[in-house]
Design a protein around this ligand. Structure first.
Ligand code: MTE
Ligand code: MO
Length: 436
């Protein structure tokens, strides 16, 4: 597909599709002149009249020097991007300390979540820790208990891995019905970053695992002292103790100066502000694995230690926040992920799941990371029901909400990995709906 171009002033710009207007280079060069006095004309006419005209007129920023390099020692987005922010839902939680903010997936590209937009989920607010005072204790069923400073930890062999972290409550409001009509609020408790640190297995080797050890308790230094139990096997497999996120130190919101990353498992086990790792022979049954982070099943029993985040996907364009503007050629865009490893295939349906077609997965397709997909689509302007469905390398197929309710009932909060349906109306607006 050929690229598209923006024209006009910020706030008044309009997307020009070169496939629609008989695009050529001369027409492109004339865009600036075409703007003056011709905004009332149709875009085909505006372009046709611009043949042979001069380059875009100089705006004020082209007629003066820009700001010097000392202006912004730490960069920030353009002022025009002020609407691209994490958002929270004030009524969802009693306080903003024990709450969550949501990643604006509708405004993001590729697979990496910028650090300032990574969703937050805190049980006792954000801890602002002085790294020189922070310590990590590793003890319990180990040969040589250790108390490590951040400097100590940074001397161990370093690894970088790209993984998503998704709160298991992502989509939790949707168990009973659609809510809030928003991609950001329905799916934004997920982020994907390149995490850098040391393998947990390296640290456990250093302390020496006693042979009775089976489980590992991990605890944070925030006011909640949030703690979870993890099977030793997972800790030795792919868990990371990280101090960096997308090339810079972790953000305080993400657990500065040290957090655990448990790839592919529910976000609540990726303990932030990590201060203690204790080995034992059984799980601790802490608050966050009994009263919380368990799933009430249809027969009234509760499912515990439901760590795995199963395959999921969502169309990020169009979406309620990003409607279509008239029939024509578009690119459907979305994200897919799975805690099982790699996404193998993503299908998209325009008719609410009656017919499906496979889409293009963008490289790189990484294990337990977000995967970007796109599909060119010429919209005929008629109503449609857009869905995406992820299939992972284990063969797991993302379920419909109806199938998921059959298996799990509707008393759950966590682990809703069901297919999202976007209802596209003839005017281009998009609504969050559920099909029965
Ligand atoms: N110490 C501590 N770790 C924590 C939490 C917390 O409140 N305290 N919240 C957990 C939950 S429920 C999730 S979903 C993830 C969120 O990570 P993020 O805030 O970096 O997005 O952190 C987990 N780790
Ligand atoms: Mo979470």
């Amino acid at each position: 597909m050929r690229p598209t171009f923006w024209r006009g002033k910020p706030g008044r710009s309009k997307l020009i599709d070169p496939n629609d207007v008989g695009f050529n280079r001369r027409a492109m060069l004339g865009l600036g002149a075409a703007l003056t006095g011709t905004l009332a004309l149709g875009r085909n006419a505006a372009l046709a009249q611009s043949e042979g005209a001069s380059p875009p007129a100089d705006a004020p920023w082209s007629q003066s020097q820009g700001s010097g390099v000392v202006d912004r020692p730490y960069g920030r987005p353009a002022d025009f991007e002020a609407g691209v922010i994490r958002r929270n839902i004030p009524w969802l939680t009693a306080t903003s300390e024990s709450s969550a903010s949501f990643t604006p997936l509708q405004d993001l590209h590729g697979i990496i979540t910028p650090n300032g937009l990574f969703f937050e989920r805190h049980h006792s607010g954000r801890a602002d820790i002085d790294p020189s005072q922070h310590r990590l204790m590793i003890h319990g069923m180990v040969e040589r208990p250790l108390l490590l400073s951040l400097q100590d930890i940074q001397r161990f062999p370093q690894v970088s891995r790209t993984h998503f972290i998704e709160c298991s409550a992502n989509g939790g409001m949707h168990w009973r019905s659609s809510q809030l009509n928003s991609l950001q609020f329905a799916h934004g408790m997920i982020g994907c970053a390149e995490w850098t640190g040391v393998r947990l297995s390296t640290l456990l080797e250093e302390v020496g695992i006693r042979k009775e050890a089976r489980w590992v308790m991990v605890e944070g230094a925030d006011g909640a002292h949030m703690n979870r139990s993890l099977p030793l096997e997972k800790c030795l497999d792919d868990c990371l103790v990280v101090y960096a996120q997308n090339g810079e130190a972790l953000r305080p919101e993400q657990g500065y100066p040290l957090r655990l990353v448990v790839p592919g498992w529910e976000g609540s086990v990726s303990i932030k502000w990590l201060r203690r790792i204790k080995l034992g022979d059984r799980p601790w049954h802490s608050r966050e694995e009994t009263a919380k982070y368990t799933d009430l099943m249809p027969d009234g029993t509760a499912r515990g230690f439901s760590f795995l985040m199963e395959a999921k996907s969502v169309i990020t364009f169009p979406c309620p926040e990003k409607p279509l503007s008239g029939a024509g050629l578009y690119e459907i865009r979305g994200l897919a992920w799975t805690g099982n490893g790699k996404v193998k295939r993503v299908d998209v349906s325009m008719d609410g799941g009656i017919t499906w077609q496979s889409v293009r997965l963008h490289e790189p397709v990484l294990s337990k990371a977000l995967t970007r997909f796109t599909l060119p689509w010429r919209w005929d302007g008629k109503p449609a029901l857009l869905q995406s469905r992820a299939i992972d390398e284990t063969g797991y197929v993302q379920p419909t909400i109806a199938a998921l309710r059959k298996r799990r009932g509707s008393n759950s909060v966590y682990h809703n990995d069901s297919i999202q349906t976007w209802q596209l109306k003839a005017d281009g607006s998009v609504f969050d709906v559920q099909l029965g």
